[in-house]
Design a protein around this ligand. Structure first.
Ligand code: F1P
Length: 344
């Protein structure tokens, strides 16, 4: 069986990743509706930034658990995309079964399990092939979902006139991904050392801007799921619209700020946190030379091309939650109250 890299080694082969009905359906797509739960929903939020930014295709994202509880105005030419590790999440399946409008031109499942209901009931499929997730909380499912979604963005974008040279650029970034994920994983020791600061805390705030906001949401979800620390994520600019009231020395704040421009924009938010005694943890590009100081700890990340940064920056956040959970003695693989697939 060919690997993904062999199947989609050039712009014209991207479409092969979605099955034989893809060319006819993709030609009709004017807009995309993404529906998913939990971690998979966060992957969909990242994809919205990519779809609008790279391919110029409008996109809506909604949690599957809400989708069927409101009436939808479905624009003509809507591609309905579900994302799910298991392919058995009841809310996601119910949303898929609620797509009778003729304005939906096709249903695409981005899924990890070939034999799942979601795959069976969708005319288009992208299999993430992440292998079985050992723990309940999705981890490698998320990074592979993002890879699949980026390929979708390129394939749809090409049909809307996105130049092959632009597509080649992103494909070249994607080829660097295994190496960059390895480099991010190699930061395990420094992340373990940072994790000690969270063990005794009851709350944590995650901040991100733009496409890193859903990554911050995912960081907060992982911390909640496996270490049972209350965590919230906000777009950095929202800090002053409420959450700042919560910040004191008992509230560690994690900022995901891959590049200089983002760091510059985040600076005033970070100062506000420091002024209130909140300890800051900045995950930034090592070339941004962010300095550690009193109350500011820095995780120096490898230099990462912009488009794939959300995929790479997810890894240290997952590792942070893992180490906090281990130190707190919780069961990382079987968190209390959670099930691998929520089928009710
Ligand atoms: C959705 C999900 C996971 C979460 C946990 C419960 O599952 O919310 O993101 O980590 O496993 O279910 P899925 O639809 O992606 O299988």
């Amino acid at each position: 069986q060919k690997t993904l890299e062999e199947r989609i080694d050039s712009p014209e082969t991207l479409i092969n990743a979605f099955g034989e009905k893809a060319p006819a359906i993709f030609d009709q797509v004017k807009t995309v509706q993404i529906v998913a739960c939990g971690t998979s929903y966060h992957a969909g939020m990242v994809a919205r930034y990519w779809l609008e930014d790279i391919a110029g295709i409008p996109c809506q994202v909604e949690v599957a658990s809400e989708f069927r509880y409101r009436n939808h105005v479905v624009p003509e030419g809507t591609l309905f995309v579900t994302i799910s590790q298991s392919g058995e999440t009841a809310d996601t399946l119910a949303a898929l079964r609620d797509t009778a409008s003729p304005n939906y031109v096709g249903r695409l499942a981005i899924c990890n399990v070939d034999s799942s209901s979601l795959v069976r009931e969708s005319e288009l499929v992208f299999l993430t092939k992440a292998g079985p997730e050992i723990g309940v909380a999705s981890t490698k499912a998320f990074t592979t979902q993002l890879t699949g979604l980026l390929i979708l963005v390129l394939a749809l974008g090409r049909r809307k006139g996105l130049a092959d040279s632009e597509i080649e650029k992103v494909l070249a970034e994607l080829r660097q991904l295994p190496n960059l994920i390895e480099q991010a994983s190699a930061l395990d020791k420094p992340i373990e050392s940072l994790s000690e600061a969270f063990v005794e805390k009851h709350h944590t705030l995650f901040l991100g801007r733009g496409v890193q906001y859903p990554v911050a949401l995912e960081g907060a979800l992982k911390l909640k799921e496996i270490s049972y620390i209350h965590a919230e994520a906000y777009p950095a600019g929202e800090l002053k619209h409420g959450p700042l009231a919560l910040v004191d020395s008992e509230m560690p704040v994690v900022a995901v700020a891959p590049n200089d421009e983002l760091l510059e924009k985040l600076k005033s938010n970070l100062q506000e946190v420091r002024a209130r005694g909140g300890e800051l943890f900045v995950f930034a590009d090592k070339n941004a030379h962010v300095k550690e100081s009193e109350g500011v700890r820095v995780l120096n990340m490898p230099a990462v091309p912009e488009t794939i940064a959300p995929i790479v920056y997810t890894v240290p956040l997952q590792l942070l939650s893992y180490h906090v959970a281990v130190l707190r003695g919780t069961d990382v693989d079987q968190p209390r109250n959670l099930a691998k697939s929520v089928t009710v």
